[in-house]
Design a protein around this ligand. Structure first.
Ligand SMILES: [Zn+2]
Length: 301
């Protein structure tokens, strides 16, 4: 959990990191409130924004569903924090916060139409449409990760089969790599050595690093992930007509090993190919601080 003081230029003046408690819920709200109180001892904040992973209600206070955090479903986070420390905060979805930061301060500076895809454990999505962040009627708009791309496909944590994130997330990258390793274990020795010799020990960062050093299994796993990403982006490009598509998450460290297959798949799957301009695919610039900076800026508005 990262907290910080952010000025009007997007600069982080002070930051404070704490572990997310595994018990989630009230314990997590307590830690957020503690960090806010601590930051307020040195800086006067005009507004407070919280970037949170999950479905955030359009009231900008309540977590409708948080698949990766325990006991946060249905919790009014803003009220809970106000009750603990007296500070008023608004809550935004983490992908929305990151996209907003990239649009105001990062690689999408000034873009009126932009979509962002955050590749992590799952796939986060956000859309800025004609200059405004798309929230939808209930706050749950632009959840691209749960767009169905394979009818009857892999079962997703959301309860539905064949979601985009089951094929194009960091977890999917690991699955693509594992499948290749199981098919041909002997040629995977070099890759496996990076994760203590076992498939279970391998991390996404190992795959990216191995690919950058020429490991063919890792390169193929990234290409498969990039292919799924690009194919999904072709559909999203028809829906949102963005000028740029920002891709975030640790996987962008792989650079062209991910972007080239993604661009190729986007062009291959693009409806009405050649008849309309296509979006630029670019890597996010602000990294792990994007959510922090974006939530702070959204709280100002
Ligand atoms: Zn899903």
């Amino acid at each position: 959990m990262l907290g910080g003081v952010v000025d009007e230029t997007g600069k982080i003046l002070r930051s404070h990191r704490r572990d997310t408690p595994p018990e989630g819920g009230a314990a997590l709200n307590q830690i957020i409130a503690d960090v806010i109180s601590e930051l307020l001892t040195t800086h006067d904040a005009e507004s407070i924004g919280i970037s949170a992973a999950g479905l955030v209600s359009s009231d900008r206070e309540t977590m409708l569903g948080a698949p990766n955090i325990k006991d946060w479903d249905g919790v009014n986070i803003a009220k809970s924090i106000f009750d603990i420390c007296g500070a008023r905060a608004i809550v935004e979805n983490d992908a929305n916060s990151a996209a907003w930061a990239e649009r105001v301060y990062g690689v999408g500076k000034g873009a009126e139409n932009l979509i962002m895809i955050t590749v992590g454990t799952g796939v986060g999505g956000a859309a800025i449409v004609d200059g405004n962040l798309l929230r939808g009627a209930n706050g749950t708009g632009a959840e691209f990760g749960h767009m169905k791309v394979v009818p009857g496909g892999e079962l997703c944590g959301c309860g539905i089969r064949g979601c985009f994130e089951k094929y194009s997330s960091g977890s999917a990258l690991m699955r693509h790599a594992r499948e290749a390793i199981n098919k041909d274990p002997t040629s995977a020795n070099g890759l496996l050595a990076r994760g203590n010799g076992t498939v279970e020990g391998l991390l996404g960062a190992h795959i990216t690093q191995a690919a950058c050093e020429g490991d063919q299994i890792a390169i193929n796993a990234l290409a498969t992930t990039g292919d799924w990403l690009g194919a999904g982006i072709a559909t999203l490009a028809m829906l949102f007509d963005p000028a740029i598509v920002v891709i975030g998450g640790g996987v962008v460290d792989a650079g062209e090993l991910l972007f080239e297959p993604a661009r190729k798949a986007m062009m291959r799957e693009m409806p009405f190919a050649g008849k309309h301009p296509v979006p630029k695919l670019v890597a996010a610039e602000l990294g792990n601080s994007a959510g922090l900076v974006g939530a702070a800026d959204l709280a100002r508005n």
